[in-house]
Design a protein around this ligand. Structure first.
Ligand code: NAP
Length: 245
């Protein structure tokens, strides 16, 4: 029987690349999206046709408790059990510290941290009862050792997500592997607004001298859910091309 992965924010970027990697490995996929309905639909159609798997699209804003709960209700109504949960959806509200509002900070924390908490709790408890499951949180190197003047809320949210990863690994031991991936700069819509000079400066700090392709992050996310990674737990894996400052 095919396994099922739920990927939040799978309409674009790293989430969409992750959906493709899981599809190549014959998983059925639940694509969660919020605003990008067309992209999500296109991806779903492509995956079903190309890989002969079942894809469900679920619209839910993961910064909102009710929408998360509705998504879980929808999954239960479909009688689907989640084998892997990928907390990938995220936002960066880049703005200078002096311009950053309470509401900016709140939105970032709700999306990048509280949403993953609530989803992991509800889905994780079900996995725990079934004594099987994997959770991968998509954090960022910003959670660990990099500080940007524009992203105080983002950095705090991702540090929180790393902390959440460790706590969930304890809560769900010994049945669920809970890990995080910490990507460095990755070529997605999230970085398309950066100016060229800044990209050049940042690229110089990466030993591989380039930003990651989304599938290079997706491959590691998949690996953490594979049986080859069954003894990896409570870990944060940097995927940043070798970052040095
Ligand atoms: P992206 O291309 O901007 O895609 C973000 C995805 O998150 C979209 O699918 C979007 O869905 C979804 N999303 C945003 N807010 C949501 C909400 N409230 N509810 C549900 N879905 C929501 O970004 P990305 O680069 O792929 O980022 C994916 C993850 O990697 C994020 O957690 C990000 O922080 C992390 N990351 C990225 C980089 C990088 O350099 N790109 C580096 C480190 C970590 P809709 O469009 O449908 O709303």
């Amino acid at each position: 029987m095919k396994k099922t992965v739920l990927i939040t924010g799978a309409s674009r970027g790293i989430g969409a690349a992750t959906a493709i990697v899981f599809a190549k490995h014959h998983y059925n996929i639940i694509i969660n999206y919020n605003k990008s309905e067309n992209e999500a639909k296109k991806l779903g159609e492509y995956l079903e046709k190309e890989f002969q798997i079942k894809v469900h699209l679920i619209k839910a804003d993961i910064s909102k408790k009710k929408e998360i709960e509705n998504m879980i209700q929808e999954i239960n109504n479909l009688n689907i059990k989640i084998d892997c949960l990928i907390n990938n959806a995220g936002i960066d509200n880049d703005s200078l510290f002096e311009d950053k509002t309470f509401e900016d900070f709140e939105e970032t924390i709700r999306t990048n941290l509280i949403g993953p908490f609530w989803l992991s709790k509800l889905i994780g408890l079900d996995m725990f009862q079934r004594k099987t499951g994997k959770i991968v949180n998509v954090a960022s190197t910003n959670a660990i050792d990099t500080y940007y003047p524009m992203s105080i809320d983002y950095d705090a949210s991702k540090a929180g997500l790393v902390s959440l990863t460790h706590n969930l690994a304890v809560q769900f031991a010994p049945y669920i592997n809970v890990n995080a991936v910490a990507p460095g700069w990755t070529k997605t819509d999230m970085v398309k607004e950066l100016d060229e000079q800044y990209i050049e400066e940042e690229t110089k700090k990466i030993l591989l001298h380039r930003f990651a392709d989304p599938e290079e992050i997706a491959n590691v996310i998949y690996f953490l859910c594979s049986k080859e990674a069954r003894y990896i737990n409570n870990e944060v894996i940097r995927v940043d091309g070798g970052w040095y400052i």
